[in-house]
Design a protein around this ligand. Structure first.
Ligand code: AMP
Length: 214
């Protein structure tokens, strides 16, 4: 019996930040398809090379690449108790593949972090990520103690290539077309919980902890 928490929501709604914090208290690994793709890209794997052109444009990487990657990750011993999923599924086919992995008795919960476009563009354009450990910052709301450096590992803070305004807008359009239908997909099964993605981080975390009760 595994615990599966799916974090659904547009880019910038806080899936990575929220997922990382929840992972610490729930003692579940955070599995982020975006992070896995970026790792593959850095290492120059075949999947990474194929994914690059899509990621740069803010488009979705083809299902078969992402599905194979997630399947491999979820089959690792680190995911034996379950996982928190960030950024996956993003299409109906990905959601169906995930359904196939769930076993009877698994506890599946879906949290949809909701926020409007102007808020998301602002948050993403001011987002900075540690080059070393991946910790996420915001220039105004969650700045590092020392400018440009990570509080945790001292790594350099960088802006993701796809966090530029024109790419952000494209990612939001792709989200609306390809991923938003999943809200209805999970809603129909009564596993969906809607939580504001534009509130204070601690309030969002409290609300999700009340929902999952793990
Ligand atoms: P993220 O870090 O979740 O914002 O993802 C960054 C980029 O990686 C996205 O804009 C897509 O190009 C790609 N990506 C991440 N997750 C998926 C997924 N589940 N399906 C397809 N492409 C993805």
């Amino acid at each position: 019996m595994k615990k599966r928490l799916i974090l659904l929501g547009p880019p910038g709604a806080g899936k990575g930040t929220v997922g990382g914090r929840l992972g610490e208290t729930l003692e579940l690994p955070l599995v982020s398809s975006g992070d896995l793709l970026r790792e593959n890209l850095k290492k120059g794997t075949e999947a990474g090379i194929k994914a690059k052109q899509y990621m740069e444009k803010g488009e979705l990487v083809p299902d078969e690449i992402v599905i194979a990657m997630i399947e491999e990750e979820l089959s690792k011993p680190s995911c034996d108790r379950g996982a928190i999923l960030d950024g996956f599924p993003r299409t109906l086919s990905q959601a169906q593949m995930l359904d196939g992995l769930f076993e009877c008795g698994d506890d599946v919960k879906v949290v949809y972090l909701k926020a409007d476009d102007d808020f998301l563009v602002n948050r993403l354009s001011k987002r900075r990520v540690c080059d070393g450990c991946g910790k996420i910052y915001h220039l105004v709301n969650l700045p590092p103690e020392k400018e440009g450096l990570c509080d945790v590992c001292g790594g350099k803070l960088v802006q993701r290539n796809d966090d530029r305004e024109e790419i952000i807008r494209r990612r939001l359009n792709v989200y609306r077309k390809m991923t938003a239908p999943l809200i209805e997909y999970y809603g129909k099964r009564n596993v969906l919980h809607i939580v504001p993605g534009d509130g204070k981080l601690e309030d969002t975390l409290d609300e999700i902890r009340r929902i999952v009760k793990w």
